[in-house]
Design a protein around this ligand. Sequence first.
Ligand code: ASN
Length: 344
Amino acid sequence: MEPERLHLGSCRQPGRPNVTIFGTGGTIASQAKTTTALSGYQANLSIQSLVDSVSELLDVANLWGIQVSNILSKDMSAAIALQLSKAVNAELSRPDVDGVVVTHGTDTLEETAFLLDLTIQSDKPVVFVGSMRPASALSADGPMNLFQAVILAASKEARGRGTLIAMNNRIGAAWNTNKNHANAPDSFYSVDEGQVGFFVSQRPTFYFGPSLPLGRTVFDVSACPALPQVDIMFGHQDWNVELIRASAATGARGIVFNNVGDGSWSESAKGVAHEVFREKGIPMVYSRRAHSGYAVQRDDDEWAIASGPLPPQKARILLQLTIQAGHDFEEIKEIFTRTWGGAR
Ligand SMILES: NC(=O)C[C@H](N)C(=O)O
């Protein structure tokens, strides 16, 4: 059943931007037992109650709310994320909608935001937001984050920049913004590429004009029923490489390797991955275990594809999208190579 589209607030003010907030859950929609507890909470606040607690929002935009789910983001699935992408595309195709906000748990926010970055067919702003502290906490960060996300989604200057993430005063591109800290409120930023802007006196202030990451491919998922299984293997000393065979045997249509250094794998892991590739013909993409940097293409591993700047969790989503679109190995390699933006 399609989730309901609710008008949030008492009356619609002509002349104000129209913003739709999609609620998915997360800490921003959660309450713990005490005001000092920062874990052990439950996602139980609806999008309506989040907006009710930030009445200042109603002076910024006319708001609508669509509750897609109310879960912690550890439980976000491709099925929900795909449904969200389709619903956001439909919403943005309405001429009366100026922008969209998605509230989301921070643990896997970067994955859903990246999926939408690669599947939204509109220039209008799509802004992801979450919080690191539950709504019940002293100094909860959710209300201000939500306020800023709505301002951003309502602003014309945010158009044409791909999906954005607004957290803790920073504005980042979903393409390269990551969760960097498991606990601190200032967790979301991009280490090398930097941010696209900052909130100064509650105005989104951009450093550059609208631009999109080099090598970003947009996919049409309107008729896509599901995303294929792609597993991630974690590279480490004494790696149990039988897990690679197990992944292929249990239905993986592609495998992403979280390799060490700039994309190195142990001789045994490489041998098994190559064997599985020859047997099953499924694409093998290798990323890097280090928090930032590039996985570089190796001339002697031409059967495997370097993820370039993409960390494993984002490389997995790009691989899922290329497989569902029916691309062959060479085309998938070409799509990944484009993301390197010139580094070869
Ligand atoms: N800060 C958060 O949102 C974390 C939360 N566990 C989640 O749903 O991802």
